[in-house]
Design a protein around this ligand. Structure first.
Ligand SMILES: C[S@@+](CC[C@H](N)C(=O)[O-])C[C@H]1O[C@@H](n2cnc3c(N)ncnc32)[C@H](O)[C@@H]1O
Length: 307
């Protein structure tokens, strides 16, 4: 049986997301539909819900398991194309957008997806089968300096160079095809005290690169804010500091009128704020939520509304 994902920061998400009960709402990271279903329960019968996920198995799962009282549309697409997707569905403007980033427990715990270092499986890591390169492709073709940069930049791993070197050495003997092979190389190069953290960082780095996660997020943030109606809400839940930094920085810039360097005596940029922050600091899960759902422990929620 697939693991069912427990939605993170659910009460807080709904509190920030819903501005009117008859609006058009988009869950851009549908997963197994936990947030989507609870959102539906908060809305009137004439609201519209759109669920997007880049993973066709998430869409398939939701197509057969959800019970939603309103009109709803499920779309298999990357949220990078949120603007085009909404336009094509006939709802070019929306009152609320949710992005609950990363992957669901449903995907993480599936060994075939290669996202977890705790279970052996093919070293894939793609959120969507449409993506050209798997993690194994990268691990077996990138040179040492490229691997070092990936682990440093996207995993913030101090031991990046020696792990990259060990991967290149292993490649001379065997093609690295499974999560266990990669995990074993990392274990050999890491002090036992830090093994789990290092595994987490290296797997995170590869996953970010395979799915172009940061690049996609930057584009999607801009387009999502563009399609929000005035007073419409955007709620983003992130799970690592690289994502959170992007959201924090983008929200800061977009909620500020002038973004000229401080030394400019007069504004030259004519930038106008497009959003108002609803959360000045990120909202974090409480102890009870973390105790009941360990996946919530690194979550940070930020929300804003369109001016
Ligand atoms: C944390 S899960 C969402 C869980 C969901 N909120 C729930 O309650 O079931 C993140 C989901 O977003 C999807 N996803 C990740 N990046 C995406 C992207 N760029 N575009 C669309 N979906 C994406 C993943 O496939 C995964 O199903």
């Amino acid at each position: 049986m697939p693991t069912i994902h427990v939605p993170v920061l659910l009460k807080e998400t709904l509190q920030y997301l819903v501005s009117r009960r008859d609006g058009v709402y988009i869950d851009a990271t549908l997963g197994t539909g936990g947030h989507f279903t609870s959102l539906s329960e908060q809305l009137d019968q004439n609201a519209i819900l759109i669920g997007i996920d880049t993973d066709p198995s998430a869409i398939n799962y939701c197509s057969t398991h959800l019970s939603i009282k309103q009109k709803y549309i499920l779309i298999n697409s990357n949220f990078e194309s949120i603007k085009a997707v909404c336009f094509r569905s006939g709802y070019p403007r929306t009152h609320g957008i949710l992005m609950d980033l990363g992957m669901s427990s449903f995907t993480l715990d599936n060994p075939d997806r290669g996202l977890s270092y705790s279970v052996n499986g093919p070293l894939d890591m793609r959120f969507s089968p449409d993506l050209a390169k798997t993690a194994s492709d990268i691990i077996n073709t990138a040179d040492q300096s490229e691997l070092t940069t990936i682990f440093k930049t996207f995993g913030e791993e101090r031991n990046s160079r020696s792990i990259a070197r060990a991967i290149i050495d292993e490649r001379q003997i065997n093609t690295i095809k499974t999560t266990e092979q990669l995990a074993e190389i990392i274990r050999h190069k890491t002090h036992p005290l830090y093994v789990n953290k290092t595994l987490g960082r290296i797997f995170q780095a590869l996953r970010i690169v395979v799915n172009r996660e940061l690049e996609v997020l930057k584009k999607a943030l801009k387009d999502a804010i563009d399609i929000l109606e005035p007073d419409g809400r955007i709620v983003i839940i992130t799970y690592h500091s690289l994502e959170d930094r992007i959201v924090k920085q983008y929200f800061k810039t977009e909620s500020t009128d002038c973004v000229c360097p401080p030394e400019f005596p007069i504004c030259q940029c004519s930038h106008k704020a497009s959003i108002k922050l609803l959360t000045t600091k990120p909202i974090l899960p409480g102890k009870d939520e973390i105790r009941n759902n360990s996946r919530a422990r690194s979550a940070k929620l930020r929300a804003a509304k369109r001016i």
